[in-house]
Design a protein around this ligand. Structure first.
Ligand SMILES: Nc1nc2c(ncn2[C@@H]2O[C@H](COP(=O)(O)OP(=O)(O)OP(=O)(O)O)[C@@H](O)[C@H]2O)c(=O)[nH]1
Ligand SMILES: [Mg+2]
Length: 222
């Protein structure tokens, strides 16, 4: 690859998982090295991009942050295509969110491209005294899914970079990694994101009940 092509390859990664497990916090920590204690529920979906270097190749990572609320699950599903990797997040302090992993994995199996890399993330490792999911059972689950496993804390930043770097390294090792290369593809994604983030979609999905204000700085891309 020559100099001018560097950074032009786009890989799409999607964060999924139950409500409140820390998907948005993981994205914010990774892209801006910030953490907010207050909970701003994600409505529809948001995304951010970041340039990374993997095995001497500079590429663009497009990370999609989906809403954990059941009402938005179908939106998440419609974004699985063209993803190089999907990251399933659960809370180490909530066994319910761990139990949900199989449902998320089925969604991925039914809606994504063959060869998509799956990673499993147990978040909130800083709350060790409240942990209800053991490392062993989580590792066992990851093995079943042929997934990488990470224990992270968006609050402290522990292992957050590793999720994306190690997942991308696994993607890069594949014979035909799934890229979302064309500008059209990126444009379509942006349009769809704006559509689903619009107020009308919020009203439609929640029957008029408004979600909390989103952090405008997190929206958009590139
Ligand atoms: N202690 C601790 N709190 C965290 C961590 N990650 C997220 N939180 C908190 O958990 C709450 C939910 O975090 P979010 O990142 O909004 O969760 P989410 O998965 O994006 O939730 P939805 O958008 O509703 O799907 C917020 O109050 C965060 O501050 C963590 O690693 N440790
Ligand atoms: Mg969120």
């Amino acid at each position: 690859m020559n100099q001018s092509q560097q950074g032009q390859e786009v890989y799409k990664i999607i964060l999924v998982g139950d409500q409140g497990v820390g998907k948005s916090s993981i994205l914010l920590r990774y892209t801006k090295d910030l953490f907010y204690r207050e909970y701003n529920v994600t409505i529809g979906l948001e995304f951010a991009s970041k340039k990374v270097t993997i095995q001497d190749n500079s590429l663009t990572l497009q990370i999609w942050d989906t809403a954990g609320q059941e009402a938005f699950r179908s939106i998440a599903r419609s974004f699985y295509r063209n993803s190089a990797a999907i990251i399933i997040v659960f809370k180490l302090t909530s066994h319910d969110t761990f139990q949900s992993i199989s449902g998320w994995a089925k969604d991925i199996h039914d809606n994504s491209d063959q060869g998509v890399v799956i990673s499993l993330v147990g978040n909130m490792s800083d709350l060790e005294s409240e942990r209800t999911v053991s490392k062993e059972e989580a590792q066992q689950k990851a093995q079943e899914l042929n997934a990488l496993y990470f224990e992270t804390s968006a609050a402290t930043g522990s292992n957050i970079d590793d999720i994306f770097i190690n997942t991308l390294e696994k993607v890069a090792k594949q014979l035909n990694p799934i890229r979302t290369n064309s500008e059209q593809n990126v444009r379509d994604s942006i349009q769809l994101s704006q559509k689903y983030s619009s107020q009308s979609q919020i009203n439609q999905e929640l029957g008029g009940k408004k979600g909390k204000q989103q952090d405008e700085s997190k929206k958009g891309c590139c």
